[in-house]
Design a protein around this ligand. Sequence first.
Ligand code: KG4
Ligand code: ZN
Length: 377
Amino acid sequence: MKILAIETSCDETAVAVVEGVDGELEILSDVVVSQVDIFAEYGGVIPEVAARSHLEAMMPVLDRAMEGISWKEIDAIAVTHTPGLLGSLLIGTLTARQLAILHNKPLYAVHHLKSHIYANWVGVGVKENKHNVPFGHVPGHSGQVFTSRRAHSVYSPSPTFSLLALVISGGHTQILYMREHNQFEIVGTTRDDAVGECFDKVAKILGLPYPGGPSIAKVAENGDAFKYKLPHPQVEGLDFSFSGLKTAVLRVVQKELGLPISHPSHDLKNHLNEQQVADFAASFQRTAVDILAEKMEMALKKFPEVKSIVVSGGVSANEELRKVFREKFGDMVYFPEPKFAGDNAVMVGVAAYYEILSGVKPVNPYHLDIMPRSEIK
Ligand code: KG4
Ligand code: ZN
């Protein structure tokens, strides 16, 4: 079964074709145009600009992903329709609806968090593929482009159920219990900011470029992770809170510089030297990773029967987090390949494939709506 998948929930325009045969998956194409270059200049995503960029990139990205594949071969279309930025979701969803109607294909509407979780099944059962032909640039687009074709060559073992899924992205921080494929129970969630958002905000305080996660990880390599003590929020059960951590960084920076708490946060970066930035980045990263690891330890105590932990979302690319989780949880912890940790369309196709195997029915392409906010079901 060949699935054409589309992802435009935030600032990546992505289209992929995946093929599933008897539970094994192969990536036939994987095209991503990222707008990070554009938003690095603004220090964050501007929704109107993101929607416009999706519109410009969509057709070239789609053409590239479909190169060498005929519409006759496509068995289904999958698209992210929730949650995300309204204008961004609209571009992908309307494109998918039109394609489904035009080519008479069943349409599957996929929840973005489900896709992130299923990034952990991307390599499952894939056999070595030696045809590794990278694509060129998507014409007429200034964003950063990552494209590949039949580039997947890693075989990875499959996570086993029941499992705990930790989704850590720019918009979400959740722990989900999965008894089986496509069954989700939210057992912990953030009460305020997502952890990725916290990386982005702390990066801004330290004067590091957007997106904050990779910038913090990079400078943290030269920093002392134990230099500054930051508090762990006291949140009951498996819930999280990250807005206090961001404020704690702000206060410790102000204190370190001998400035009052009324000193504007946007000016602090002008007073910090390179080593202080590295030490703050490392101390913050360590604290954020420790908070996530502690909650997962608590979750394991609550659900001792689970056999795997799958981590996903943009923050799951973080090397320090991977190291700490591997130390604490050993072989039971799974991560997506780093290039599938952030937003991409391959994970949407894989999630749709497992939805189809689980008996989920297609949606009406004339009626599919977007939802900027919604919980996974
Ligand atoms: O999953 P994602 O690409 O988009 C959302 O669905 O939100 O996640 C983006 C988030 C951003 O906050 C970014 O700073 C963070 O993931 N991120 C990282 C790393 N790479 C991306 N955070 C920590 N370490 C990284 N290496
Ligand atoms: Zn995402």
